[in-house]
Every structure is written in C-alpha cells, then in structure tokens.
Design a protein around this ligand. Sequence first.
Ligand code: FAD
Length: 288
Amino acid sequence: MKISEIFATKKNIFSFEVFPPKKTSGIETISTKLEAMSNLKPDFISVTYGAGGGGASIYTADMCRSIQDDFHIPSMMHLTCVNSSKETVLERLELMKQYGIENVLALRGDIVPDVPRQTDFMHADELVSFIRENGDFHISGACYPEGHPESDSLTDDILNLKRKVEAGAEHLVSQLFFDNDFFYDFREKAVIAGINVPIEAGIMPVVNKAQIERMVTTCGASLPPKFVKMMTRFENSPEALKDAGIAYAIDQIIDLYSQGVDGVHLYTMNQPEVAERISEAVASIRNA
Ligand code: FAD
C-alpha cells in the first residue's frame, strides 16, 4: 500500500524505522525483531540504506520485502544517491518493482570525505525527479526541524525543501529532535513557504549511554536542559536511563499528537521492547 493512501484515510499515523544488520550477520538475524515490530501494527516500517550503497544496504530491499510479505505491514525503502550513478539507482528501482515495494524515502545521504562522491545527483530533489520519471512510487523526503547542518539558515533549508516537494515528494519525515517547539516552529514556516504535504515527526527514545554520546557528537539536535539533566542523572543506571528515555519519548509523542501532528516516526534502533512500551503507552491516543 502506498503511504499517500494511508495518510489520506487515517490520522495520527505512527510508523517505525529499522536498520539492516551488519553484512557479516545475515538477514535472518533481524527476522525475529521485524516480526515483533510488525506485531505492534505500525502504519508502516521504513528501512535505512547505507549512503555508500554497499555493506548492510544489500539487506534493505530484502527487509522491506519481508516486512510486507511475511508480516503484512507496508514498508518504505530508504535510498541515497550521494555515492550512486543513475544506473545504480535504476537497478535499485527495478529491484523494488520486482519485490512490490511501492514506497521510497529519497535521500541525498551524508557526504563522507573518504568516499569519492558521484555527481549524477547533487541533491535529493534531483533523485526525487528521477524516481518520479522511472516508476510509479510513493516518494517521501527528509526534513530538518532545526535546519540541515549544511544550511546557512532554517529559511534557506525550507526553500530547498520546497524544491524537493515540487519535484514530487508527497510526504516528509523529520530528523530527530528533543524539543517539540523546534518542530512546531518548523512546521509553521514550512506551511508559510507553501509546503502542504504531511510531515511526520521523528522521535528517538534515548535508552543507553552509547546513544547519549553519539547524540552529543553527531546528531546536531539541541538538547534541552530537562533532557540533559535526566541523562546526566541516570547515565550510570542502565535500567533507570532506559525508563527515563522511554518516558521522555512518550511525553514528546503525546504532546505532538495533542498539537495535531500528521504522524510520528519512531526511530526504534531495532529494539522491539522499546517500541512496544511506547506503542502501548500511546495506543489510545493514536486512536482518539
Ligand atoms: P538534501 O535534501 O539534498 O539536503 C542536503 C543539503 O542541501 C541541505 O542543506 C539542503 O538545504 C541543501 N539543498 C537541498 N536541495 C538543494 C538544491 N536544489 N540546491 C541547493 N541546495 C540544496 N542517510 C543515509 O545514509 N541512509 C539513510 O537511510 C538515511 N535515512 C534518513 C532518514 C531521515 C528521516 C532523515 C531525516 C535522514 C536520513 N539520512 C540517511 C541522513 C541524510 O542522508 C543526511 O541528513 C544528508 O546529509 C541529507 O540528505 P537529504 O536527503 O536531506 O539531502
């Protein structure tokens, strides 16, 4: 099922994101987790794709197919273009058609200094146009409530986002954030700029110390004082940190649904137990 149809018929969309296992692990290592996630009945599950196109990306399409065929949940395949030629992208699109994967999250991908970049696609809007010309897919795009790190300002980034929507992106999924006010401000500015497609809010429950460290060094999301205090207080008590991180995410999600957000995209970090606790906590709210 196309994601645009889901948004047309339902409100309070709730979706999950998972990532492929390491290349050396084999796809079977993820099957139990996919089944557990699917049993929670998210509206769809998206699967990430390494920007290099190699490594674990070989499993992305297989996982999408399994989510749909084995567990009967719509899937969305992430696809990056920073290291891909048009030919490679066409091959991926053909595989998606063969597998019956109808939804694609079209991404540029991060520019990695050690990997020579391809120049067939400079930005995600070019990938969106190319996909539109080469198949009947529902196309989604990424957005950044605090602005993409390469942009000079949020306004510049939103103007570029508009190009992505004009090129054919029918739905946007946001980068994670810990302060909902950034999302509300971004959403308002996007509407003023004429962006009228559904925007899902990306929420990541922070449930262990390694995640906190990664968050501080790489993600670029602002960390509100309440969040920092919580993480500092519980960083050496794994169970308490997990409970606190899950509670924080639930609090964010309830506020988002209360403010009429189109949907929430949960970065599950491949942890069904965390996804389950959050899904249960917001079940009646999603259905209200
Ligand atoms: P773009 O939309 O191309 O934007 C990148 C920068 O270029 C921005 O600063 C933008 O303002 C600017 N820009 C855009 N269009 C133009 C234009 N026409 N002219 C001039 N400037 C322009 N990475 C992965 O490798 N694999 C994944 O599976 C993955 N999944 C993701 C899922 C989500 C929900 C999000 C939010 C990000 C994900 N990423 C993933 C990370 C993403 O690839 C990076 O954030 C990357 O740096 C930007 O990708 P983009 O598609 O947003 O790029």
